[in-house]
Design a protein around this ligand. Structure first.
Ligand code: PMP
Length: 421
């Protein structure tokens, strides 16, 4: 009977100071990090009562902790729809997952990546031949660009890096179609699900991808835990990511035999509490997937339509304005610097947005190269999540409309107390 209700987020709303007093904080920065779910806090509280290091012997706490750690892995395994033979490796975050995969690629691997990707997906491949695909203007264009690049660069091992959802525009990439093109050309695909997994069901098999990467702190769990899941062969053939205890089967004076499987790349005492938190979040999101999607679709649509209706505000799309997207909107206000927009929203309205280039400089530069963009070099991003209410969206739209019409009430500087006039 729980489908149709949302999992509750942190129960107390946060009061933040504004120029006019204190207000309930309207957090529009879910695309950066999300607040922990109540069920995540509970799981962490329980785990903190008794724990020890995993896989280190037969002490009771160590055995219990080891079992929790492997149960957490099993939950994540279901969450990403891992196939038989797929590995689920716990990492620190998505950046760490991409760097781990980069270290495991066979020497001759060629990497294909769109310039629109987040730096975590764009940059870790420098030790391999990398082909950067330009910013596509349409879905058809993305397919043509990928097909042509794969055809022009023959070789035995190829990896295509794909975003699930853009962290700049929220647009959902045509994952299945691009993965099918890659597969036909004999290339493997890694899906950056950092922005996708919090909003839509990830299924390795159904999406037709070989690897998936995600971050716990964008999935309503705390910082410090990420995942790389996917095919085992390259991971098992590569040198351990972190050499040390836990990654070895045996060490003698003559040499080391390394583990296979996830343990090979999880050297040192793992972040068990983080894995438990992430698994609790995965469980909640899986249970409430329909309600989550419905909540975000409603508020996301209102947010984007509302911003589009304001004179002097531009919103941005990689594909088309009505392309399927998660609830993220990137915009600029004509004549007002984006850092000033975000400072004013915070100080005057208790609204938290992100300004800048969102670790996707090439993507934002390409989007802002627009005759209507009023020469902005950075943009503002508002992202909806489970802590967002309809009142927050209306407050944001009213505040942006006021800014677009009258400008901010003051110039703001960033001080130790936050943004100050
Ligand atoms: N990929 C995308 C699409 C992202 O939005 C982010 C985080 N902004 C990352 C990768 C990197 O995640 P993390 O900072 O947790 O490593």
């Amino acid at each position: 009977g729980e489908v149709g209700t949302l999992p509750s987020v942190v129960s107390e709303s946060l009061l933040v100071p504004t120029l006019d007093g204190a207000v309930d904080y309207a957090n529009f920065d879910h695309a950066a990090s999300t607040p922990a779910l109540v069920s995540v806090k509970k799981a962490v509280d329980t785990a903190l009562r008794t724990y020890s290091s995993v896989h280190r012997g037969n002490g009771w706490a160590s055995r219990v902790t080891s079992a929790w750690y492997e149960q957490a892995r099993a939950e994540v395994r279901s969450f990403v729809g891992a196939r038989e033979g797929d590995e689920v490796v716990f990492t620190r975050n998505s950046t760490d997952s991409f760097n781990l995969l980069a270290r495991c690629l066979p020497r001759d691997t060629q990497v294909f990546v769109f310039e629109t990707e987040h730096h975590a997906a764009l940059l870790p491949w420098s030790a391999r031949r990398t082909h950067r695909l330009p910013v596509p203007g349409s879905v058809g264009d993305a397919k043509v660009l990928l097909r042509a690049a794969l055809r022009d660069h023959r070789g035995r091992n190829k990896l295509v890096v794909l975003a699930g959802a853009s962290n700049v525009t929220g647009e959902i990439w045509p994952i299945r179609e691009l993965a099918a093109i890659a597969r036909k050309a004999g290339a493997r695909v890694v899906l950056d699900a950092a922005q996708y997994a919090p909003h839509r069901r990830v299924d390795l098999d159904d999406l037709g991808v070989d690897y998936v990467v995600l971050s716990g702190h964008k999935l309503y769990a705390p910082f410090g835990t990420g995942v790389l899941a996917g095919r085992a062969d390259w991971l098992d053939a590569a040198a351990p990511y972190l050499a040390g205890g836990g990654a070895t089967k045996s060490v003698t004076s003559r040499g080391v035999v390394w583990q296979e499987g996830a343990a090979r790349h999880e050297g040192g005492s793992p972040n068990v509490i983080g894995a438990i938190a992430l698994a609790a979040a995965c469980h909640a999101l899986r249970t409430h997937a329909e309600a989550v999607e419905e909540h975000e679709r409603t508020l996301g649509r209102r947010l984007l339509d509302g911003l589009d209706a304001i004179d002097g505000v531009q919103t941005y799309s990689l594909f088309t304005p009505d392309h399927e997207r998660v609830a993220v909107a990137t915009f600029t206000v004509d004549g007002v610097d984006s850092s000033l927009v975000s400072a004013a929203l915070s100080a005057e309205h208790g609204i938290g947005v992100r300004d800048g280039k969102f670790c996707a400089h090439l993507c934002v530069d390409a989007l802002l190269d627009d005759p209507y963009a009023a020469a902005s070099t950075t943009a503002v991003r508002a992202s909806v999540g489970l802590a967002t209410t309809a009142e927050h969206v209306e407050r944001l739209l009213a505040a942006v409309a006021e800014l677009a019409e009258h400008g901010p009430r003051a110039e703001y500087v960033h001080g130790s107390q936050g943004w100050l006039p």
